[in-house]
Design a protein around this ligand. Structure first.
Ligand SMILES: Nc1nc2c(ncn2[C@@H]2O[C@H](COP(=O)(O)OP(=O)(O)OP(=O)(O)O)[C@@H](O)[C@H]2O)c(=O)[nH]1
Ligand SMILES: [Mg+2]
Length: 344
């Protein structure tokens, strides 16, 4: 078989860029498929498309959302997303699911729980690709956000289920971070990792309706108390981070969430914190890409791969110190740099 050119019409950057920038959702979906491709031959077209996207200079408000399984994330996105589109915003929803296997039931559940939003012409919903390590997921998600922005979506919601490192990753690519919780007994507080509370701008206690209304108010009190113990952050106005009770089902409190987000984002924008945060995020993304490429260099070379495996084994067995083995690994790559090794 001959190599298919990377610029096959259906995946060419030139063919996709114009409709993408015109806001065509099918072009956006295909563009995301292109940047998700693991075929090296697709990468040049993906890069060209990302360059065209960046040239638009368009930016959205990027909102991260995490929450325990079943907390009501999908139902919340349906309610919140529809509130935004009713106000004329164009809303893109990107799901990040690090657990590679997503049950068909869950996807079906999402379809019904975001039924109106998924049919809304002002909305775009993209389920997570089912694969790969966090590194790859982080890059793809970052790039998908950039494509959504170029397509004219002015709010991008990045949803992740509250497990593993995915929240940290999502918080690294958003302007604002929401934590959605279901009402529960007091011991639930311990179940939420302190690290997530520290990056959350809003803690939303969902299901504040019907039988669970009282429990939601109690949980709200617990979290509001816990938030008061956190150190004030210089990039926040008074009153943040804040805890709110909502009902994604009835819509109660969703308007307050909208108002709190507008207040916080407006303040951060005016004070320059938003720009500084994005600059720091881009910088860290660059550092992560450099590290990833170094690992790719190793993986792509048989000798380097063997050295890496052997040194890793020696470190695991306690025969070598990690620092020393890493120095040898880098020296063996024979990069055209003088290996000063930090101390020498
Ligand atoms: N009473 C009540 N039930 C809710 C509310 N929001 C969601 N639910 C219910 O909670 C269940 C889970 O809702 P989902 O929106 O699927 O939750 P999720 O966090 O997306 O779940 P996963 O994606 O499976 O982690 C469903 O049965 C919803 O109908 C709410 O505000 N009040
Ligand atoms: Mg869901």
């Amino acid at each position: 078989m001959t190599d298919l050119p990377a610029s096959a019409p259906e995946t060419s950057a030139e063919g996709l860029a114009a409709p993408l920038i015109a806001g065509d959702r099918r072009a956006l979906a295909r563009a995301i498929t292109l940047i998700e491709s693991t075929r090296p031959a697709d990468r040049p077209a993906a890069r060209a498309l990302l360059a065209a996207a960046a040239a638009t200079g368009r930016q959205a408000l990027r909102i991260g959302l995490t929450g325990t399984p079943g907390a009501g994330k999908s139902t919340f996105i349906e309610a919140f997303g529809r509130l935004l589109t009713a106000q004329g915003h164009r809303v893109a929803v990107l799901a990040v699911d690090p657990s590679s296997v997503r049950s068909g039931g869950s996807i079906l559940g999402d379809k019904t729980r975001m039924e109106l939003l998924s049919r809304d012409p002002l909305a775009f919903i993209r389920p997570s690709p089912s694969q790969a390590q966090m590194g790859g997921v982080a890059r793809r998600t970052r790039e998908a956000v950039a494509l959504c922005e170029a397509a004219g979506f002015d709010v991008v919601l990045i949803e992740t289920v509250g497990v593993g490192q995915s929240e940290t990753m999502v918080s690294e690519m958003c302007d604002l971070f929401l934590l959605l919780l279901a009402p529960a007994g007091g011991d639930e507080l311990q179940g939420v990792k302190r690290g997530i509370m520290e990056v959350a701008d809003l803690i939303l206690v969902n299901k504040a309706d019907g039988d669970t209304a009282a429990a939601a108010q109690r949980t709200l009190g617990d979290y509001a108390g816990a938030l008061r113990l956190l150190r004030a952050r210089p990039e926040d106005p008074a009153g943040f981070p804040r805890a709110l009770a909502v009902s994604a089902l009835t819509g109660a409190g969703i308007g307050d969430v909208r108002a709190a987000i507008a207040e916080l984002a407006g303040w951060r924008q005016a004070e320059g914190h938003l720009a500084a945060r994005r600059a720091a995020q881009r910088r860290r993304a660059f550092e992560a890409e450099v590290r990833a490429r170094l690992m790719d260099l190793i993986a792509g070379d048989a000798q380097a791969r063997a050295d890496h495996e052997r040194l890793g084994q020696e470190v695991a067995e306690g025969r070598r110190a990690p620092d020393e083995a890493a120095a040898e690994m880098i020296a063996r790559l024979r990069l055209p740099l003088s290996p000063s090794g930090g101390g020498a």
